[in-house]
Design a protein around this ligand. Sequence first.
Ligand code: GLC
Length: 454
Amino acid sequence: MKKCLFLVWAFLTICTSLYAQPKIWDETETQKKERMQWWTDARFGMFIHWGLYAMPARHEWVKNQERITNEGYQKYFELFNPDLYNPKEWAKMCKEAGMKYAVITSKHHEGFCLFDSKYTDYDAVSTPYGKDLIKEWVDAFRSEGLKIGFYYSLIDWHHPDFTIDRVHPQRVSTKEDYNRLNQGKEMARYREYLKNQVREILTNYGKIDILWLDFSYPGENGKGREDWGSVELIKMVRQLQPGILIDDRADLQDVAGGWDFVTPEQYKVDKWPEVNGKRVPWETCQTFSGSWGYYRDEHTWKDTKQLLVLLIESVSKGGNLLLNVGPTARGTFDYRAQDALKNMGNWMKYNSRSIYGCTEAPETFIKPANTLLTFNPVTNRLYIHLLDYPLQSLKLPGYMGKVKYVQFLHDASEIKFSKSGGRSGSPETENDLVLNLPVIKPPIEIPVIEVILN
Ligand code: GLC
């Protein structure tokens, strides 16, 4: 009897857990790792936020922040004509910065589609510009050898069936007001529209490497997986593009195959992010200044060193950096973005070996003061990034016996090292090594020391 009860209990437990966690995609850990390998090796990509909001040029949420109605926003659509748009130039700048992939907003929250959609006229083809912006973009980026990603906004502040909710430009405060405003709106119709559009972007442009859905806010007057039809949506996506990588914003955190990587936005993680106690692939997305869309009068631009640290620090914790450009409504990269990309490219030209294919260093390597470590497990090389250039020597605590050869990465010039403990009063132990550095800091924003390990 006891045994029988146990079996019933076990059966019910399995059933409920299966029910609670629908599976979208069946693959082993190794298969997933292989599918994501190009991306974890790449480490550095470009985000591009472009849409009608480039015209007001005061944040991609301008429609929301200023509570603009569809009618009020229509002037941007009627005048949109990026006459200087030349995605070949963009792709070149992206590649020269050292980025290996790019993700563009095919549609942002405002609802405007940069691609030719047969499900709406609210697209680039119907503006004075008159062409599919995405088609040209994909061709240009692909021919530079860059991987291609589409951001697609789950949110849509233009579609007539998208119900007014707490993050909508026309949000209200009482239940009665929501009910009144949402009369006649059918989320089921929007859900179908969204699925159709995602099918379009994943069918009409060849192989797509990344899908970046954005974003969910479940709860009262919010939206989540039921509203988007996330399970069905992701199933379709995986069927159409089996190799694709998907971000984690469709509200499917607990569903196997519902996402591939987590996306800490506009902050630095303290350590490699974990889900259920396990380290997961991650990518932080960051802006040059405070806005994703082109913002003419925003002046909080990060300097080159801050940007490089963002990149190096992400890799040092096992993650990627997706750095954003918001092109202008003429179709160009603003001069500040161009400068920032050039400066990063200068550094990457000589130091990308400490980025590509690298990850967090094994725990046995202690991080010397004012440095960041990355590690390439294939070549067995360790990279020490000098954030504050030391005076003549750098102590490597406990590195004795682990090091074969040391050089600067940018010019492959030898750095001599010795067993420490020579100087009286210094706290070094027998197992420490000391690097002999030139007094003058090399002309590199963040110099990198390459340690070839035994
Ligand atoms: C947020 C914002 C959005 C931006 C995105 C990038 O979700 O709504 O404007 O596109 O983050 O990660």
